[in-house]
Design a protein around this ligand. Sequence first.
Ligand code: AMP
Length: 737
Amino acid sequence: MSFDDDDDGMLLNFATDSGDAGESAQNRGKITGGTWKDRRKAKLLQDGRKPRPRGEKRSLESGSAPTFEELQSETSDSPSEPKRSRFDGGSQPVKEEQPRVVQPVQLNAQIVSSLFTSSRNIDTVTNSNAHDEKAEVTYSNAPLVGDTFESFGITDAMVTHLKDKMKIDKPTKIQKLVIPPFLESKNDLFIHAQTGSGKTLAFLLPIFQSILTLGQNVSRQSGCFGLIVTPTRELANQIYQVTSELAQCCHFLVPCLLIGGERKKSEKARLRKGANFIIGTPGRVLDHLQNTKVIKEQLAPSLRYVVLDEGDKLMELGFEETLKEILNIIHSIDIDTHQFPKLPKRILHVLCSATVKGNVTKLGNVTLENYKLISSGKKQTETTTVPDQLIQRIVIVPPKLRLVTLAGSLTTLTQKHYKRAKSEVTRTIVFLTCSDSVDFHYEAFSSHDGNHRGLVGETARLLTKGNTVLPCFNDTDDPNVVCYKLHGSLSQQVRTATLKHFATNNDATKGRHLILFCTDVASRGLDLPHVSTVIEMDPPFAVEDHLHRIGRTARAGSEGESLLFLLPGEEEGYLDYIKPYHPKGWQLLTYDEQVLRPAFEGLNVKRTDKRKEDWDKYEAQAWDNNATTWHLNVERRVIDDSHFKELAVKGYMSHIRAYATHLSAEKKFFNLKCLHLGHLAKSFALRERPKSMGLQQGKAGAAASASQKKSKEDSKSKMLRMARMAMKQSNDEFNFA
Ligand code: AMP
């Protein structure tokens, strides 16, 4: 179904006991030729029905719901068409075995499409990269037992501080590879390392070491020795925290953070007081270099180390020009080599990146001179792989079951959390492609009693005791789950408060399962303690982000799990594409038997709906009925709560726009034309596509529809327009400055 299709083309996919409707349509033969609209009109006439006049919308939410027969015939008009291939298992045949079919539900004169269809058992690819469960687990990013920091010449005070205050005893592989050549200061360095491998200390420790061994008195007024540029504010903040922690063993050294979203005036004041390390995002650093006189005075005598962290992301976000300007200004400053004679005679550049391919090599050529490539992989140019100890799971989920499958996964994780020690904190991160989708999912899984909304502000809401609507709990249970959200459209204060609360172990988080719904703004470099699971509900825009998202778990030798959702059909091709990054393989799960059944079986999902008689058809306790009940509860909430409905509509629309912006090399797996929009709407708890409900997304949607009325846009330009909008949204996400 193309994005341009009118509503009439939507399949509502009702499950029926008999399949009669399908049979009769099949027997009547297929109409061919003409456009799909012509064929549909002809089909309706053949069925003895009048085509609906243009403009007459049917809304399932309004009282004028269609009859079940009407809808059945609407769904039955193309039973043998290849629609199925887009959402029920690609072009592969449906299995012979037909599972028990859940009846469609009629609520208050509404017909609600069933979650589970008669073709529930989809055929998907077989696992060609199975994880060997018996293989010995290696911890590829763990500290090395046989080495010490002392052997690299790190000062005793620093080693003691690392051990006593930071609980860091032995170097990791990348630290062992980077620290000695960094201290030699002969070459620029290009560091290529696995996620969570200790990269930050690998470049910070040698800078500290060279300052501490100057043999001269140093204070915050001595000037800035190191400039560290990162693509996101969160990452900058984190590196700032690590630098501050290291500086606790040498209080005279002071770091300074320069990021967008903070007051420039107070940053200027801090620069004026003096800073030995400047850590910031490209836009804000350049802004100060161009407009704040004191920053150049800080850099002139002492700057010797420039680190560009997450180089691939810097390039991806289009910072090339900004970085060139930063480097031009820095190189134009006269470095005073006499003031600190033991420091290198020139500025050393260090570029860190998870990949050494594509744009980042271009950045390397611009930034680095005569560089040395240091890779933690076995071969120097090897692809970075996910940590060996990570357990990767992949589940192929039909579009309409995405939300409930996420609910199932989170329920299982929460149940697992309960089995652990009472005081432990469990952290799960759910990655989505856009802020609107994050807002929807956060709201869908948070308590919806409406007590906090709007009254006490988003931050305060975060800090109140969380509640959730995970299916495994009754009203009286305290699920001890706290939901958080993080994306670039939130204010910097909320972003900082959210991360701080999510990452801290204290009374507010003790014994709780913390779930963070976020965009890729959280995928880079963030070091959040003990994240046990990463769920990629939406596959990332580029495969590098897949590595970075997963990299939030299984860090520094700890265990971790990751779950990737893919749609049946074209998206299954993505498995072969990511295979090189997963040398240890993965487990391919079935969404029904291995995710939904264990989560929903034997539960008594509470119904939020009062019309009990409508539900009598349901067999108590069957897992698929429980799953359906939970989903219907969310759907009903969309109907009852206009705020939630708006989130669902926006989430759905933005999700589709974002889908069009996958990297061109990966577009073959993520083809907008292959999406079943009606089914996807269901996973945003919408019973129809918003367009069918006559809903548009705010002003932009209204403007778009008005302009469409004037001149019908062809599908190519519509796709491009949507891709541009999604790109803009994704750039806004990072708020670089
Ligand atoms: P990074 O890759 O720099 O983000 O670091 C990932 C995590 O590893 C952080 O939590 C660090 O505190 C931790 N870490 C870094 N170096 C070591 C080490 N040598 N031993 C144990 N943990 C480390």
